[in-house]
Ligand binder design. Structure first.
Ligand code: ADP
Ligand code: GLC
Length: 486
């Protein structure tokens, strides 16, 4: 039987480039498809800021030129294998030479218009005719648009279906219509309110949602939320129109990479049958971070982009009270907005043995926090899926979350009467509600140790590997391709 051919297009994927969870998803999901039935490959930009070691491994395949209206731009294609998956890279040093993957939006709209078109132009050249192109987030939003408007009549492209996954509705890739029309060469008439226009601007995310055959997002609850005015970021009407073609498929994590039994970053490995290593990891983390070594203090981890999405306004509001009145400690890792960075630095200066902070990106520290903490705080304002809570549960670190998006779908709140649950949650975006649930968690941690231990084991026994969700994507691809087998 011929394999179904899938090309995943995205702006980031581990190990090549990562700024957030999108990279984890694109870099791990492809490994989990049934290889006898699916040939899944990935295509990314070739950023100059990728690690030198990885850049060295890429093999040049070919080059061609892409027309972007009156511009004619060079596109090189490179290739690599990682964990048995084929990766392609689009090279162009004018667009991808920056010291980070994203920059000013007016540059990014041109950069990713180029990328989307170059991906399509590359297909006949690399001799890969996918049945489905799976696009991710606004950076690839124009790909289905180009496919249907510019390439639709060409036989090579005519049968290709598109799936568009929304990882975050907040980022839409919006810019002036005149300039987007100029850099893309797309016909003027498609910048109307039913297609690419949005409050007087061009909107790449909207283009992807309107033009893709199927739309997904990264949890069932977020799929519902984006159909409402509160969660739709202005696109809820469109999402309702597309509801029949929209589904929420919850993300998984890579169980090989996040594995407490084998993790090379952590001080002591442990398993659900024997969690004693976790106690050593906590002690090690406290020592390393300059926190008071105290097994009775509830150590709470935070690993996050520092932005308002993640609920740091609630944290800022309650931090003084938590640090001054409760036996809790925080190990914080993240980068982002200055106001939150300053807030954590301030509390570190004031309570150095109760709150440690590392501003920056560190894979090693992230793993140490997931493994060594008792609890993990994620009081997000909104959360399409969230991966950090899945990672912490894998290491028996109990998440404390707000019931939104994927957090609601993946964390089962503790219920002391029925003795169920894998973490703690609160519903309203309210600082006192967050505080009360942290106080409750501390009470269980301190006074009901057996219950806490049972919860650790339940959290570790959950299956958030890709196995189930990769199957959901397979079904979706099959439904896109059903016309091929009739
Ligand atoms: P988002 O994609 O919205 O940032 P997710 O929870 O889906 O949130 O994914 C975040 C990913 O980024 C996780 O793999 C998390 O461990 C990682 N991460 C976030 N900040 C850092 C950091 N400063 N250092 C290392 N890893 C980080
Ligand atoms: C986005 C979302 C996050 C999700 C990730 C991967 O960055 O903010 O909730 O887990 O994409 O889908």
């Amino acid at each position: 039987m011929e394999k179904t051919k899938i090309l995943m297009a995205a702006s980031e994927a581990i190990p090549y480039m990562k700024t957030g969870g999108l990279a984890d998803v694109v870099g791990s999901l492809p490994k989990y498809f049934d290889r006898d039935r699916y040939d899944v490959r990935v295509i990314l930009p070739k950023y100059k800021c990728m690690s030198e070691e990885l850049l060295q491994q890429l093999k040049f395949i070919c080059h061609f030129y892409v027309n972007l209206n009156w511009r004619r731009q060079y596109a090189g294609i490179f290739m690599s294998q990682y964990d048995g998956v084929t990766y392609y890279f689009v090279d162009n040093e004018f667009y991808f030479a920056g010291d980070k993957p994203y920059n000013n939006i007016y540059e990014d709209v041109e950069k990713f218009a180029f990328f989307s078109k170059a991906v399509l132009e590359a297909l006949p050249v690399i001799d890969f005719a996918p049945d489905v192109i799976h696009c991710n987030d606004w950076q690839t939003g124009l790909l289905p648009v180009f496919l249907k408007t510019v390439y639709g009549s060409d036989n090579f492209y005519a049968g290709i279906k598109t799936v568009f996954t929304i990882h975050n509705m907040k980022f839409q890739g919006r810019w002036k219509i005149k300039e987007v029309a100029d850099v893309t060469g797309l016909p003027e008439h498609i910048f109307n309110s039913g297609e690419l226009e949005f409050y007087g601007e061009a909107n790449y995310l909207k283009g992807g949602i309107v033009y893709a055959d199927e739309v997904t997002t990264v949890s069932p609850t977020y799929a519902d939320e984006i159909c409402t005015p509160e969660g739709g970021e202005g696109l809820d009407g469109l999402m309702l129109e597309r509801r029949r073609h929209l589904r929420g498929i919850v993300n998984g994590i890579d169980y090989e990479v996040y594995n407490p039994m084998k993790d090379k970053y952590i001080y002591k490995n442990f398993s659900v049958r024997n969690t004693s290593g976790k106690i050593a990891d906590k002690r090690n983390l406290q020592e390393k971070e300059g926190l008071k070594v105290d097994k009775d203090a509830m150590l709470i981890g935070i690993v996050s982009r520092m932005t308002n999405q993640k609920g740091f306004d609630l944290v800022a509001y309650m931090m003084e009270e938590m640090l001054s009145t409760m036996n809790v400690q925080f190990a914080v890792l993240g980068t982002g907005e200055e106001q939150y960075v300053d807030m954590f630095n301030y509390f570190h200066d004031k309570y150095p043995d109760k709150l440690s902070v590392f501003i920056g990106y560190s894979e090693e520290k992230a793993h140490e926090i997931y493994a060594g903490c008792d609890a993990f705080l994620m009081p997000s304002l909104f959360e399409p899926c969230g991966l950090s809570q899945l990672m912490s549960m894998r290491y028996g670190t109990l998440p404390i979350v707000r019931e939104t998006g994927g957090l609601k779908d993946t964390v089962q709140p503790y219920n002391e009467y029925e003795d169920v649950g894998t973490g703690f949650s609160f519903s309203n975006f309210n600082a006192h509600d967050m505080l009360h649930v942290i106080q409750y968690a501390l009470d269980v941690f301190t006074n009901h140790k057996d219950r806490w231990q049972e919860m650790i084991e339940r959290a570790m026994r959950q299956d958030f590997s890709w196995n189930t969700s990769a199957g959901e994507y397979e079904k979706l691809y099959d439904s896109c391709c059903s016309h091929l087998t009739v």
